[in-house]
Ligand binder design. Sequence first.
Ligand code: ZN
Length: 81
Amino acid sequence: MPIYAYGCSSCGLQKDVLQKMSDAPLTTCPECGKETFVKQLTAAGFQLKGSGYYATDFKNPPKPEPASSGCCGGGSCSTAS
Ligand SMILES: [Zn+2]
């Protein structure tokens, strides 16, 4: 479960909140009660994308297929030298 850093722009409270991915982001500051409690961007190993709270999208470039060497790449080549 990721920890999200939240900050309040009204009173300046900063707080880390443990949330499930599926939990809605908090908006109400527990300190001053105003709706100025917003999720901060952190470098905690996950990326926030867009304005949502779905942050499990790691950048995973697809691995290229290993180049087959010569004619024996498939393992079905019977050519012997
Ligand atoms: Zn506040």
